[in-house]
Design a protein around this ligand. Structure first.
Ligand SMILES: Nc1nc2c(c(=O)[nH]1)N[C@H]1C(S)=C(S)[C@@H](COP(=O)(O)OP(=O)(O)OC[C@H]3O[C@@H](n4cnc5c(=O)[nH]c(N)nc54)[C@H](O)[C@@H]3O)O[C@H]1N2
Ligand SMILES: Nc1nc2c(c(=O)[nH]1)N[C@H]1C(S)=C(S)[C@@H](COP(=O)(O)OP(=O)(O)OC[C@H]3O[C@@H](n4cnc5c(=O)[nH]c(N)nc54)[C@H](O)[C@@H]3O)O[C@H]1N2
Ligand SMILES: [Mo]
Length: 741
């Protein structure tokens, strides 16, 4: 490290130049090859050197004194030396292991942490916990919990395999698609981000091109801003997409616009499903007139849309947000059914699309190769929870719950270990989580910053940020490879997660298993060398480790490989030779297996369930991803900019409530309340408001969250017994001008 230099690094929001002077990051600048660089990097210099960094290890006073009445989130912290902190944490891990077994340790530790293949926080924690005998893990993600459960039943494939394989690339859409029908939009704002990084942000560019080509692009969403201006907007009430899809199905069927051959050859159960939407056997017919009242889309618009998409090549695209809501499995199932009714699955540029734009690398054509990987080892404990059932688990040890056909029992957790995530930003109904969080005997957290989660830990280890260590940067779907150089020395007494676990593993007598006697530098070289050899075997030219270190980054020649890949083509070409992984081998419009689960909210085929309403709270709250940051990361720098949380509302709702642009607004429901600044926009439909995620939960004594975190309002219900996913979107609330100070 010199006195003054600049180098490139990467992050979940892409690559950027970092300028360093006297061991401080003083500036960042966009990466030359990024056509639309996110502004997020601008927060880095302030955030990294911020006073809200955890400067050394700490222990919570009440925990140290075994004071059971002192509450997490409302206590003081005592600074510790590294030696004492490691000793304390190691002894506590040993105690819990001996007294309760490893099945009392929860190490799910959901979160995005930072880019970098070796210093990936969750991998580090999981490898460490595996070395000490395992942990209760978590399954699936907040992003796509419901999708991960329903899609294998319907299409017989793992959802991630579809996202990274069986999907039309942007270039296939460009070449073949006529109708791009986007439920929940496709938003370049969200495509700024991708796990591990997205270097060339080009989603907006695609839309400009599609527009010139005259494609029919319809965004069906409560917010106009959910897709680029080149698309046409069909406003819809949140949580009602399935009603619209059913009415489209009704028109297709009654006007004989379905592909009968496709439905009989490639699908099972259409006839059973047909009875439901046509209104046989005591069902109500799902006519456009029926759907119009529910969705707010006129019946003539519904008919027009159905007739239009029946001709030409059509993609039914569903954003991830659609399934991050109560009953979120249904829109995903129904999107597959619509694409099947149109006979489009398996045709180039046709079928169904999940999560285009949700994260930047979906739909990119770079070869999906295995990147450099830090092995986590085997977890001897098989118990897990669906990821967003954390509060349920802590509140109901030994309690039963349903999940995807299984009757399961919640484990009795005594120790929670979190590294690289912020549950007090990301979980629903934070006041409930706050209660549940008091139950375990010990909570250990590694964090660079005093986040809301760090403030609720018993032992806090100060972690380095990605700028304080070197690593390899690589992401699925991205053609770039980075050597991420260390830019500055660790801030305060921070240590790398790896070194913290190495020290703990020594005390727990598993240092050899955890570290294999390698330093982090040696590990990085080792995992890179394996990647280098594997790439060579695949015929892909990559630099040696030393060369990459010298070059800082390189662009691999891997983009064109999957250009002409047609998802589900093998199945379409020969369904008996290449059946799907469903019980019938076909697309399951009706699923015997799901029907047998006997979940009232999700019978054997997709249905429309009315979102819960409460007259006391007439507005519906959406809580999408923030534009100017990644979740709650670098939030200390955002707070310094006096950028308070912003609540978006239609002028009609504002007028009815006598509130104006810039007012400080209290949003509340039966679960909690929070503050945000009002922004009035016609781009959101009346009756619906939007407050982005990303704040550091900061409740006052009276429980009012002044940070503006929508999760004090959201419901911790699970999408359904099938997926048990996060149901964050579409929550009932009311607002008023805040009268306090
Ligand atoms: N209401 C509502 N809530 C939601 C959603 C929604 O749509 N609506 N979306 C959900 C979704 S999809 C997601 S993915 C989650 C995201 O939730 P999270 O992934 O938990 O959010 P982040 O803020 O990215 O948390 C990552 C944390 O890791 C820390 N970190 C960074 N680098 C390191 C490191 O090297 N070591 C350690 N130890 N820590 C590090 C960061 O400081 C940060 O606190 O939110 C969910 N919550
Ligand atoms: N800048 C930035 N980008 C991100 C992230 C970030 O933190 N910052 N996080 C990333 C992560 S982890 C994830 S999982 C993805 C999430 O990607 P998504 O889940 O697709 O995104 P959201 O922002 O939750 O929601 C997108 C839009 O869906 C609309 N919507 C909500 N409910 C409904 C509904 O019922 N029907 C219809 N038709 N529309 C609805 C809302 O208007 C909302 O603006 O984003 C990623 N991208
Ligand atoms: Mo996510």
């Amino acid at each position: 490290m010199g006195k003054k230099f600049s180098k490139v690094t990467t992050s979940h929001w892409g690559a950027f130049n970092v300028f360093v002077e006297n061991d401080k990051i003083i500036n960042t600048e966009p990466f030359h090859a990024d056509p639309a660089p996110p502004n997020i990097s601008q927060l880095v210099p302030n955030a990294v050197h911020h006073s809200k960094r955890v400067d050394q290890p700490y222990v919570r006073k009440g925990w140290l004194k075994k004071n059971t009445t002192s509450a997490r989130g409302n206590d003081e912290y005592v600074p510790l030396s590294w030696e004492d902190a490691i000793e304390l944490a190691a002894n506590e891990l040993i105690r819990v292991k001996n007294d309760f077994g490893n099945e009392a340790i929860f190490g799910g530790s959901y979160g995005w942490a930072s880019a970098g293949r070796f210093h990936h926080s969750q991998s580090q924690l999981h490898r460490f916990l595996n070395s000490i005998g395992g942990y209760v893990s978590s399954y699936a993600s907040y992003s796509t919990g419901a999708a991960q459960a329903i899609i294998p039943h319907v299409l017989g494939l793992n959802f991630h395999k579809i996202t990274w394989g069986e999907i039309n690339s942007w270039s296939m859409i460009e070449k073949h698609t006529d109708n791009l029908i986007m439920f929940g939009g496709i938003n370049p704002k969200n495509s700024q981000v991708s796990m591990g990084g997205s270097t060339e942000h080009d989603v907006s560019k695609h839309f400009k091109k599609f527009d010139k080509m005259g494609k029919n692009m319809v965004s069906i969403s409560p917010q106009k801003d959910d897709s680029p201006k080149e698309t046409s907007w069909l406003p819809i009430n949140p949580g009602t997409d399935v009603a619209l899809m059913l009415a489209i199905a009704y028109v297709l069927e009654t006007e004989r616009l379905t592909d009968q051959m496709f439905l009989s050859e490639y699908c099972s159960g259409y006839n059973q499903f047909k009875k439901y939407f046509l209104g046989k056997n005591g069902n109500l017919a799902k006519t456009p007139e029926w759907a119009s009242k529910i969705t707010g889309v006129t019946s003539s618009d519904i008919k027009k849309l159905a007739r239009k998409i029946a001709f030409g090549r059509t993609i039914i695209s569903v954003s991830w947000s659609l399934q991050r809501a109560q009953y979120g499995e249904h829109p995903y199932w129904m999107a597959c059914v619509l694409a099947a009714m149109l006979g489009q699955i398996g045709l180039p540029g046709g079928g169904v699309g999940f999560g285009y734009g949700a994260i930047g690398n979906v739909g990119k054509t770079a070869k999906r190769m295995q990147g450099p990987l830090f092995e986590q080892g085997q977890n001897p404990i098989s118990d897990f929870i669906p990821v967003s059932r954390i509060a349920d688990m802590l509140l109901n040890p030994g309690g039963p719950y349903n999940f995807n056909g299984e009757k399961r029992i919640y484990p009795d957790i005594k120790l929670v270990y979190w590294c690289g995530g912020n549950p007090f930003h990301h979980h629903q109904d934070l006041n409930r989580l706050n209660k549940a969080w008091q139950y375990p005997e010990t909570v250990i957290v590694h964090e660079p910053w005093w986040t809301a989660t760090a403030q609720r830990a018993d032992i806090v280890f100060p972690a380095t940020t990605q700028f304080e260590r070197s690593d390899i940067g690589w992401a699925k779907g991205d053609p770039y490879l980075f050597y991420m150089p260390q830019m500055i020395p660790p801030v305060g007494l921070a240590k790398d997660d790896y070194d913290i676990f190495a020290d703990l593993s020594k005390k727990l007598h598993c240092k050899q298993t955890f570290t294999e006697n390698l330093s982090s530098e040696e590990w990085i070289k080792r995992i890179y060398d394996i990647f280098y050899t594997q790439s060579k075997e695949l015929g892909i030219k990559v630099s040696t480790f030393e060369e990459l270190k010298e070059k800082n980054f390189e662009r691999l020649a891997i983009d064109k490989d999957e250009d002409d890949f047609v998802p589900f083509k093998a199945f379409r070409d020969d369904p008996s030779k290449n059946p799907l992984g469903t019980p019938s081998g076909k697309i399951e419009i009706y699923s015997e297996r799901i029907a047998k689960f006997n979940y009232p909210e999700i019978p054997g085929h997709p249905i429309f369930n009315k979102p819960q309403v409460d007259k006391k709270f007439p507005l519906r709250l959406l809580s999408p991803q923030p534009y100017d940051k990644l979740h709650s990361q670098l939030q200390s720098a955002i707070e310094d900019l006096n950028k308070y949380a912003v609540l978006v509302m239609n002028p009609q709702d504002a007028e009815e409530r006598g509130i104006s642009e810039g007012d400080l607004i209290k949003t509340w429901n039966s679960r909690g309340s929070c503050l945000a600044t009002l922004k009035i926009k016609k781009t959101i439909i009346p009756g619906v408001i939007s407050l982005a995620t990303g704040a550091w939960f900061s409740p006052t004594k009276d429980g009012l969250d002044i940070s503006g975190n929508p999760n004090v309002l959201t419901a911790d219900t699970g999408t359904s017994d099938l997926g048990q996913g996060s149901a964050a979107h579409n929550i009932e609330v009311e607002v008023e001008k805040y009268q306090g100070v």
